[in-house]
Each structure stands twice: as structure tokens, then as C-alpha cells.
Design a protein around this ligand. Sequence first.
Ligand code: FAD
Length: 612
Amino acid sequence: DRCCREVGARERTYTHSQRGRLGETRTNLKIIKKINQAIEKKTPFYSFEYFPPKTPDGLSNLYDRIARMGEWHPIFVDITWGAGGSTAGLSFDIAKTIQNLTGLETMMHLTCLGMGREEMVQVLATTRQKGIQNILALRGDPPRDRSPETVDEFRYAIELVRFIRELHGDFFGICVAAYPEGHSKDNSYEQELSFLKEKVDAGADFIVTQLVFDVDIFLRFLDDCRHVGIDCPILPGLMPIHNYRSFSQISRFAASIPKAIVEQVERLKDDDQSIKDYGVEVLSQMVRRLYDEGVPGVHFYTLNLEQVVTRTLQCLHVNTEKQPRALPWERSASARREGEDVRPIFWSNRPKSYLARTMDWDEFPNGRWGDSRSPAFGEPSDYYLARPQVAPASASHEAELRTEKDVFEIFTRFCLGVVRALPWFEGSLALESDLIRSHLVSLNRHGFLTLNSQPMVNGAPSDDAVFGWGGSGGYVYQKAYVEFFVSGRRIEALLEALKTRPSMTYQAIDAQNHSFTNCSQVNAVTWGVFPGREIIQPTVVDPVSFQVWKDEAFSYWLRPWAEQYPEQSEARMLLQHIHDNYFLVNIVENDFVKGDLWGFCEQLVAQMGASD
Ligand code: FAD
């Protein structure tokens, strides 16, 4: 309890002109906008640093962790760069994946020592091309075996900052490093402050410091920076105490660790849990004090570990509520996608897959994917964040797959939240599915295996907790929608039933491209009406992208699902059979006022459910 007081309980002292300075140049950069908004709203913020792991398992764990920690809405996440570019490929890949496939603003560290200008031109071009928009520009440390005759094309970080600005203008958000306790014995504290000021004047937008354990030292440094005219945001780097070993290693980098902390860690050194608890206590006290002193945000060196940081944020009662949605789907942090305002509904449960398949697009179709100028979809990718998941065969009743009914049961249990992963879903069902969950359960239980759905909405306030998007003051609308796999044996009866519902449009297709439809138009299924604006229609059913989605959707029966089972096994043959013989069907109820898609679904279940 000693550490669990809400942040901001005391009126904070920072103002725009004090410790929590706004970024005053390049205010159009996304990262600066976010930092400035948080400072203006007096919302304490934080960022998370990660390093590239050494093994593939480590990498997949890291992605899971970043996704989980992303729920805490860090203002940005950053990825380190191995000395001399030793992790370059991995740093690029991780930064690219996070920046493009999530809404998390991402920054990549980049060191310049040992690199030539030509090489740096390439590296910056690749950075930009990969959609990475923020760079922590560093000098890096010289290798131990470096010859004294070496001539460096980049000697200091300031030269990298200048180089980036010269080549790329204001495209990149640039952060630089600072050392509250000094960096080199060759220069005085005052000289280092003046070098730091030059670095900022050369084009850096904000600063992250070397790790700090003594808040007083950081605050003195911050005031000194302000005094010499360093005006940009300065985030103190904080190192959680996770365990004795990492603390002992890391403490070499921080000159001053309060004696009380060192002694307490020594006392607890054989008790991992107590060290962690103590780590939470120390970190919470530091963060709270910093926020109270007017420091608007902090930077966590996570060391790729989660617990101490997230427990600290819990302790501080940091608000993790989701921000109101700007659109029904979550925007990517990639600058390339700023103009994107419409997506096909099909990937709404696989948004990262959609992002990965469209990552290289320069332009985003405004609703017409069939246009000859529209870009081609990439192949379903191997990006970890977009990889289809399935509960392991051995860990569930799925091992018992013998009949189609067993598969129906798995889909039903997914709807009920019992089965946790199916390849067509990156997460669990959306909140709005609660309203139609009983219909979905009934459909799945009877062999209409639902992948996607939305209820009808006729003018809900745009700030509605479940359906709202786009801010307040408007109204949002949805046509009821359902998409499912169904056995080819039922397709004729289904098409007959659909004939009795003229307000419904549908598409049905199987893996061999036998298809049926009564609509070849793009059909808006979500739209919003806002004061003084054109109607916004961010989600559509589009026949061309349905063809693309259909291939992806069918492929998941085989990979990753069927391939979990031995060749010739009953389960594998069953999943192959479904892949070969089922249809993927989508139905839109276009009457968003009086339509009754769910009544129609119940009718299907009653008519056909019993027949198998
Ligand atoms: P600089 O700003 O160039 O400063 C280096 C030294 O030169 C300082 O002592 C400075 O006072 C002095 N100096 C600056 N300008 C002049 C001048 N004109 N004349 C004389 N002296 C001058 N390293 C990695 O390899 N990978 C990483 O991902 C990484 N991430 C980091 C993140 C943070 C937040 C921090 C604080 C450090 C990080 N480092 C990383 C370590 C960093 O590369 C080293 O500390 C490096 O020695 C200094 O880098 P710098 O960018 O601060 O250098």
C-alpha cells in the first residue's frame, strides 16, 4: 500500500513552461502530437523499451508480451539496436512489425559509429520504406578491439541527427540520449549540457535519459537543461528491479543508486518474489514522485520483462480504458496508412493479417478493390503478430475430432469463450457479439460455422460504449451481417431460403471457386453521420476482396489446423474434407430499419439444422 497511491492525486506543478515542456518544433509529427496532447491534458504517460531476443522462441514471446503490454497504451515502444548494427535485421523487423501491424507508435534505435555515409543513406531509406517513423539517434560505443587509427565518418550522434534532417527533412521523429550523471570523464557536466543542447538544436524532438535511480539527480538535470535552453520533452529512463542478477549487472550503468535500494536488494537477494515486490515499490515511488514534480512522462527499460512494470502501473491506478474509437477498426501506427478510411469487413477478426497483406500499399482504395488501379494483396504473411493461432490439438478435446459435429462443437465453444483460439480470429469475439451471441451459438451448433458478424444498428449515438466510433455528436449505423462456412450439401436449400428475403444480399463460394451471388456491388455495411461532414463509411462488403479473403479463410482449415494432426489421421482427413466441401457464405441484411437477419438464421437452423 505504501506505493499504491493514485498518480496525480496532488495537483501537479508542471505547466507548459516548466518541467513538462511541450515539443515546440515539428508539432505535426505523430509522436510529438501524442506527447504534446498528453502534456496538455495532464495525462501522465510512459514508454516501453525492448531489445531483440536471441532465439525464435524469444521473439515470439516478445511479440506476445508487446501485444499484452500494449493494452497499457504506452505513448510509444522502442527497439534497441545492437552495437555496430549487430541486430540490425532483427531491430528493423521488430520495429516494422509493431509499427505497421499495431496501433503502437514505434521507435527504432540507430547507432552511427562505424557506419559510412553511403551505408547510412541505405539504412535510412530502408527505415522509411518499412514505415518506421521514429528514430532514437545514437552514437553507439566503439568496439573494444578498435584500432586507434580508425577514422569515423560519424563521430557523434549530432552528426547523425543532422544527416537525417538533411536527407529526410521532417519525416522522422528524432529522439536523442542524455546522461543526467554525465557520460564521459573527458567533458565537464556543463560541456555535456551544451553538447546536448546542440544535438537538440540540430533537429532532435525529444530526449530519453540513461537510467536513473535517484529522482533528485534527474530533477536537477532537468532544471539544468531548461536553464541552458533545452526546451523539448525529456523522459527519465527507469530500470525496473526484476531480479538480483539483472540489478547487479545494470547498476554498473547508473552511477548513483540510493544506498537504501542497494542494501535492500542485497538483503533480499535469495528471494526472487520479494525482490520483484520491492522492485514494484521502488518503481512506483519513483514514478509517482516524478509525475508529482511535473515530469509528464517516463521511459521504462523493460528488459523484455513485464511483471514489475505492469504491476507498477496497476499500483499507480493508471487509466487503461480504451480510448474512444476513431473508426470501427483500429488504425495502424504506420504513417503510410494515414489516408486509409475504409476496409472490407472480412478481416475484422483478423485485422493484423489485413494490415500485413496490405503493408506495402502506397495508396488505399476508397472502397473499390476491383478497380484496375487498385494494388494487389500480398500473400498471407508469416509476421508473428498476424500468424493464425489454433488451440493445440493435445491441449483440448479437439484431439477427439471425428465427425463434423465435433468441429461444430469447437466453434460453439469458441463463441462461448471456452475454446480460446481459432485461426480465423486474432482475439476473442467483439463486445458487440454479446447481443447476438445466442444466435451465433445456435448457428454454430447446427453447422453454420460463423467467422464474422455484426448486429443491425439504426442511428446509435457515435459515443455509444459498444457501437460508437468517430467521437461524439454523430450517429452510427450498421447493416446486420453474418459470414459462415456451411456444408455444400446445404447450399441449394440455403439459396432457396435466401430467395424469400429480397432485402438480403449474399455471396457464397467454395475452395474450388464454385460461386453464387445476387450482388456484385460494393456494399457499405457501417457508416456514420457527423455534423458538418460527409457521410463516413469505413466498412464495406466488397466482392473483389471477398475472393482474396476466401482463399485465406479456406487455407486455415489446413494450415495451421489440419497440419497439427498426423497424416492420414481421422482428424486431419475430416478438416481436409471440410476444406474441400464447404462453402464460405456472407449475408448482408440491407434493411437496417426493419430487417431480421437473426430471425432468418433461426429459420435456417430450424429447417436445416436437424437434417445432418
Ligand atoms: P553522443 O551524443 O555523440 O555523445 C557521446 C559523447 O561525446 C558524450 O560524452 C558527449 O558529451 C560527447 N560529445 C558530444 N558532442 C561532442 C563534441 N562536439 N565534441 C566533443 N565531445 C562531444 N547503444 C547501442 O549500441 N544501442 C542502443 O540501442 C542504445 N540505446 C540507448 C538508449 C539510451 C536512452 C541511452 C541513454 C543510451 C543508449 N545506447 C545504446 C548507448 C549509447 O550508444 C552510448 O552511451 C554512446 O556511448 C553514446 O551515445 P550518444 O548518442 O549519447 O552519443
